[in-house]
Design a protein around this ligand. Structure first.
Ligand SMILES: [Zn+2]
Length: 202
């Protein structure tokens, strides 16, 4: 476990794009947002818990954003090698709506540790080590709308567990072990964008 849980500086939120970053402000309280490049007067992350969580996540190389409309966090951990250090701070943030993890050593047990993220609306696990067992965790994310399982080992049998996820409208199954989708999956009727073995249908 890293010692970065000791906060060494505040985390700020860009008022324009929602990006979370740690940076020194000028004497006037302004700075340039590292994500959108605009000159901004950022907002301080209010809660101490969220400050600490943001600090750790930024330290391990995560990109963090905050959706000011839904008041929810967006976290991206692409090609990240510090997944184990990122799980605990993710759980300390209230209302995570978007989690993008791809090209990482992230498996079924990692996702099981994040099973309390009931507010997830967007989840990408592309090119991770997950299997059908992860789908038994995903089936509890009832607000999920966008799911990317491309380049993973999931197959047709595992998808049966997703039949309660009626809000999903985008599903990426490119380069998985899913060869065909059986029409008895009722929930598939709500899907507007489906990617399956390089064939896109909408
Ligand atoms: Zn910005």
């Amino acid at each position: 476990m890293r010692t970065a849980l000791e906060p060494t500086g505040p985390s700020w939120r860009c008022n324009l794009c929602g990006n979370i970053f740690a940076s020194q402000l000028s004497i006037h309280g302004d700075t340039t947002c590292p994500a959108c490049g605009n000159l901004i007067w950022p907002s301080l992350i209010e809660s101490r818990e969220a400050q600490n969580a943001c600090k750790v996540l930024l330290d391990v190389g995560a990109t963090i954003g905050f959706d000011t409309i839904s008041k929810a966090w967006k976290i991206e951990l692409t090609s990240n090698s510090a997944i184990d250090d990122a799980l605990e701070p993710i759980l300390q943030l209230d209302r995570v709506c978007e989690l993008m993890i791809s090209n990482a050593d992230f498996g079924d047990d990692h996702l099981e540790a994040l099973r309390s993220l009931h507010r997830l609306e967007v989840l990408s696990l592309s090119n991770t080590d997950i299997t059908n067992r992860a789908l038994s965790t995903i089936q509890h994310f009832l607000q999920l709308q966008v799911l990317d399982l491309s380049l993973t080992a999931v197959n047709e049998r595992g998808l049966i567990q997703l039949n309660k996820l009626s809000q999903i409208w985008s599903l990426d199954l490119d380069s998985t072990h899913v060869d065909c989708l059986m029409s008895e999956h009722d929930w598939l009727q709500n899907i507007e964008l489906l990617v399956l073995s390089n064939h896109k249908s909408s």
